[in-house]
Design a protein around this ligand. Structure first.
Ligand code: NAD
Ligand code: IPM
Ligand code: MN
Length: 371
């Protein structure tokens, strides 16, 4: 899908330049963010970019994760956040990712985690016989609830009698708003690849009747308001199988926070891997955060091996959010061109380094500008 169908963007700017916060983070985060930001100038939309240092290095030097006041500053003075990745083996318990990434998701109430599963070239698909049109859907992952809220605790820690509890929090309000967002997206013209738009809700109500019973009841109520949309339901185990067996059946998949996390790495895999998977953490109409699905990849950090295409595609989603979807479309087309030409990093079977792949995107972009 190289044409934007994004219904969650900001209101038009009031004369001032858009302000973008960049959190490059750890590991390959800064490497891929640096490449993607090279597209800003050729895309021709003046942005005010401010870099924030929150990362493992910064934490180890200062003990600071997400400083006081950061949330209100970002919410009130920025239009979007471009984020690389956080995660570093030197930081115990992922405290920086917890405070900064989850802190921003919760603190800015970014309740939609929008993750496209869109195949750019059939040769990237590991499933036999699937073409681009067969792998072309969206996952909306609930992004502010579930076990991620970290309610719970442990008792008799480090003894043979240890007890550990992570609560799975689900609210009617939280479940309903993500399901509504799924129907909103499915009903944008061209968002669905089928004649009738399809929304599939994924849960595990057979094993989790309380929490996911709420998902089922809420889904049925919202679905009834959309008789023109084909609404269906799958349990998450079957959904995982169907992602691989018949990805062509999906348009919009809506699911819980944890299931969405897992299913979208699988979604990435059927498109060629984490190196091409983009995402947005969105509150419609407000400052939202855009990040590749992948993490900091400590195994390849600093070696010039990271695929920057997920970061370019993520930046394209950020432009959609700013209401600049023509720029987003141009960037997506440039990425598509380099993939089709095989100008890619090793994870996609190519030979290029991170910056050489970035060069290829920039060439495709500036070539496209002259057309
Ligand atoms: P990961 O996504 O960092 O890496 C998984 C595998 O995919 C690795 O083999 C890696 O080399 C490869 N990979 C990932 N991105 C790639 C790219 N752009 N190009 C080429 N190969 C790529 O997941 P992980 O290893 O489970 O996690 C590493 C750290 O990142 C952990 O601390 C984790 O918590 C964190 N993490 C952060 C985010 C985030 O900030 N949004 C997301 C996921 C994981
Ligand atoms: C993601 C990541 C995060 C998540 C981690 C780093 C907490 O895996 O963005 O997919 O589970 O949401
Ligand atoms: Mn994940």
């Amino acid at each position: 899908m190289t044409q934007s169908v994004y219904p969650f963007g900001l209101a038009p700017p009031s004369g001032r330049r858009r302000r973008i916060a960049v959190i490059a983070g750890d590991g390959i985060g800064p490497e891929v963010v640096a490449q993607a930001l090279r597209a800003v100038e050729p895309l021709g939309i003046a942005l005010d970019i401010q870099h924030f240092p929150w990362s493992a290095d910064h934490y180890l030097k200062t003990q600071e994760t997400l400083p006081k006041g950061a949330l209100s500053e970002l919410r009130d003075h920025f239009d979007a956040i471009f984020f690389g990745a956080l995660g570093d083996p030197r930081v115990p318990d992922g405290v920086v990712a917890k405070d900064v990434l989850l802190g921003l998701r919760f603190g800015l109430d970014l309740y939609i985690n929008l993750r496209p599963v869109q195949l750019l070239d059939e040769k990237l698909c590991p499933i036999k016989g699937k073409q681009r049109r067969d792998v072309n859907f969206w996952v909306l992952r609930e992004n502010t609830e579930g076990p991620y809220v970290q309610m719970g605790g442990s008792f008799k820690r480090d003894t043979p009698d240890e007890v550990a509890i992570s609560e799975d929090l689900n609210t009617r309000r939280g479940v309903e708003r993500i399901i509504r967002a799924a129907y909103t997206l499915a009903n944008v013209p061209h968002a669905s690849s089928h004649k009738t738009p399809r929304v599939c809700m994924v849960d595990k109500a057979n094993a989790l009747p309380h929490a996911h019973g709420l998902w089922q009841r809420t889904f049925r109520q919202v679905a009834a308001e959309y008789p023109e949309t084909t609404s269906s339901h799958l349990f998450v185990d079957v959904a995982a199988m169907e992602f691989v067996r018949t990805p062509e059946r999906f348009d919009v998949v809506v699911t819980s926070n944890l299931f969405g996390d897992i299913l979208t790495d699988l979604g990435a895999a059927i498109c060629g891997g984490l190196g091409v998977a983009a995402s947005g953490n969105i509150h419609p109409g407000r400052c939202s955060l855009f990040e590749p699905v992948h993490g900091s990849a400590p195994d390849i950090a600093g070696k010039g091996l990271a695929n920057p295409l997920a970061a370019f595609l993520t930046l394209a989603m950020l432009y959609d959010h700013l209401g600049e979807s023509q720029a987003g479309d141009r960037l997506r087309r440039a990425v598509e061109q380099v993939v089709l030409a095989g100008l890619v990093t090793r994870d996609l079977g190519g030979q290029l380094s991170t910056s050489e792949c970035g060069d290829a995107v920039l060439r495709a972009l500036t070539g496209a500008t002259r057309n």
